[in-house]
Write a protein that binds this ligand. Structure first.
Ligand code: SF4
Length: 370
């Protein structure tokens, strides 16, 4: 198949679920709450060969979905092919299989390794099915030291899933990440609640996040500054966004069974609808895919009318906002410029009203910036 050459890569990221299997059954993951209908499986070589010619559409390829990517035996060769296509390549892992992957990760084809944590002590163990974060971070520390020794440019990040019960363990996680030679710690929310337990564990609700959690975040940011570790906190107040942080205008997700769609939240590998728990009750969301790779190529699905339908309102919202911001940045030295600003502001309001977020995003925590 002809490889697509693309200097102007239209996608910031392409996320590919290389497996939906996992080494754990964590209470905070849909895989445990939806275990009865969960579809375990691996992306096949045949599907990869359909994706591969279009990898160059994306700046970054993230080889992970709702499973543990290091369980996928073909990961080393796929990472190498994504690098060959000129993409940066990342994985997010629970770290269970890091020692086994250590030799091939030093090939340098994966240049972003994110370890996911849900605490720095007991909370991680409780929320992550018995896993011990000290062991994971010790293996990750060895890998980051070896990468430095080999002069490899691999970025190591710790992704901290903030919940109602684990905020107090965050400052120690910063220390842990710095000790392991990591470059960054970023904090995320439990933004895909598929059970009452997960909804209750989310650190946010309509009022924002608890003040104690804000204090732990501030302490963590202070420790990170001292340790020269980059730190990215989460949103602390939710409000409707123009497009969620994934931004499907520049992002596409591929599932292990070859469906292509806007995001992980709309393509959880279960049979039937996806339950989305909210304070007002459970919404059952139909999975949303633009199409399937066994019927069309990735680039055809990206150009499909199904995708256009989903992203057009997002594009219109983003464009209206950028026009407004452009006008705002003008120095108001003439009446004409003030009028331009007023027009851009009312146009922005109209566009946001006429083009709401796509209906599958309704009540998704990410649509409120969480
Ligand atoms: S708001 Fe939620 S459902 Fe909509 S694209 Fe973003 S993650 Fe997906």
């Amino acid at each position: 198949m002809k490889r697509r050459k693309n200097k102007n890569r239209p996608f910031r990221a392409l996320q590919i679920e290389v497996t939906s299997r996992c080494t754990r059954n964590c209470s905070i993951c849909p895989r445990s709450s939806l275990s009865e209908t969960w579809q375990d499986g691996d992306l096949s070589q045949e599907l990869w060969e359909i994706i591969e010619p279009d990898l160059a559409l994306a700046e970054h390829v993230h080889l992970q979905g709702w499973g543990e990517p290091l369980l996928q035996p073909r990961l080393p060769e796929w990472a190498a092919q994504a690098r060959e296509a000129g993409c940066s390549v990342g994985i997010t892992t629970n770290g269970d299989l890091l020692s086994e992957a250590h030799p091939w990760l030093l090939d340098g084809n994966v240049n972003l390794i994110t370890i996911s944590a849900a605490g720095s002590k007991e909370c991680h163990t409780a929320l992550r099915d018995g896993a011990r974060i000290e062991e994971v971070m010790s293996k990750a520390g060895e890998l980051s030291a070896a990468a430095r020794e080999h002069k490899l440019k691999i970025e190591f990040k710790l992704s901290y899933l903030l919940t109602r019960s684990n905020a107090h363990e965050l400052p120690d996680a910063v220390q842990m990440a710095a000790d392991a030679g990591f470059h960054e710690l970023f904090v995320t929310h439990l933004d895909c609640p598929t059970s009452q337990f997960q909804l209750d564990e989310s650190a946010f609700n309509q009022e924002g996040i608890p003040s104690e959690a804000v204090e732990y975040l501030q302490n963590a940011a202070k420790t990170a500054r001292k340790k020269k570790l980059a730190f990215r906190g989460p949103t602390c107040t939710g409000e409707e966004v123009l497009a969620c942080a994934l931004n499907p205008v520049y992002f596409t997700y591929v599932t292990w069974d070859g469906r292509v769609g806007p995001c992980v939240n709309l393509l959880i590998p279960v049979q039937g609808p996806i339950p989305r728990w909210t304070d007002a009750g459970v919404n059952r969301i139909a999975p949303l895919a633009y199409g399937r790779l066994d019927r069309s190529s990735l680039s055809d699905l990206i150009d499909s009318k199904e995708r256009k339908l989903f992203i057009t309102p997002l594009q219109k919202r983003l464009d209206a906002d950028s026009r407004f911001r452009h006008e705002m940045n003008q120095e108001i030295c003439e009446l004409r410029i003030l009028r331009g600003l007023e027009e851009a502001q009312s146009e922005r309001e109209e566009v946001l009203q006429d083009h709401p977020l796509p209906s599958p995003c309704e009540a998704c925590p990410k649509a409120s910036g969480w």
